[in-house]
Design a protein around this ligand. Structure first.
Ligand SMILES: [Zn+2]
Length: 273
């Protein structure tokens, strides 16, 4: 059909968002020889520092950038790109500028597949939801020559991405995460925001990443300022390799110019190979 290299572009908000969500998928397509680029909106400097000797508040943006570089190397993908926004501020930055930055990168990399958060932002983090909206809008505008005409030149032609995927948690994944009666959640401003699970009939795409569980785990370990060196990710990695949540990653196909699957897809590039 076409001979251009398969290219995947993933867009997330913070260093480590990719590790807990789609690290296996990034590693799998990297290993298959696809061009895989991760774009991250911020350097995650609003996060906690798990162990005080790993970073200071002043150098945290630099340290977390290095951690993400380590993770991308582990997945076998290109070095990360940054949109250079401040962690926690994504809803109040200039939204048009943010979309424009993504449109420019899409026009440069020309991915067939674009990947980001779903509308729930996994657990409702405002930064995640902002990135979801920017990426969804950028999918449409990158193909429109009347949008951001200042970007158009010999290097920046309009580009129609073929498929847009949202990474979502499945009910099964959430069940594995659940301990006790309380639904798993993330504390934001002292309030537990529960993870959002999608029903199996809503999930269009399941990627088998069982061969990449180790790469994903090592990617998580790269984010040491977040997970620490004593956490279960670092302390007993061999025991974790069989964990169900490391075997499969789940997605919803949100836009497609190459048709829609009849059943559950097992390849983000289905219809494009
Ligand atoms: Zn995040």
């Amino acid at each position: 059909m076409k001979s251009r290299k398969l290219t995947l572009m993933a867009v997330f908000a913070h260093p480590d968002d990719e590790a807990f969500g789609v690290g296996g998928t990034l590693a799998r397509y990297g290993a298959e020889g696809c061009d895989v680029t991760l774009v991250t909106a911020s350097r995650g400097e609003a996060g906690q520092i798990a162990e005080p000797d790993l970073a200071t508040p002043a150098n945290l943006p630099y340290v977390r950038e290095q951690e993400l570089r380590c993770a991308c190397q582990t997945y076998g993908i290109h070095p990360p790109r940054f949109l250079d926004y401040v962690d926690g501020q994504l809803t109040v930055v200039h939204q048009g500028q943010a979309v424009g930055k993504l449109v420019r990168i899409i026009r440069e990399l020309k991915p067939q597949v674009l990947l980001t958060f779903g509308p729930d932002g996994i657990y409702g983090h405002y930064d995640h939801i902002a990135v979801h909206r920017w990426t969804t809008i950028a999918f449409d505008l990158a193909a429109d020559p009347e949008c951001f005409p200042g970007q158009l030149g010999t290097v920046c032609q309009p580009h129609q991405v073929s498929k847009l995927y949202y990474h979502v948690l499945s009910e099964q994944a959430l069940a594995v995460m659940s301990q006790g009666d309380r639904p798993p959640s993330v504390l934001m401003d002292g309030v537990p925001f529960p993870f959002v699970a999608w029903r199996s009939e809503e999930i269009t795409t399941v990627i088998d990443v069982s061969d990449y569980a180790e790469a994903r785990l090592r990617g998580i370990q790269c984010h040491a300022t977040q997970v620490g060196r004593q956490s279960r990710f670092a302390a007993a990695p061999e025991e974790m390799l069989g964990d169900p949540w490391l075997q499969r990653e789940t997605f919803v196909l949100a836009r497609s110019t190459v048709g829609w699957p009849d059943g559950v897809e097992t390849d983000l590039f289905a219809g494009l190979r």
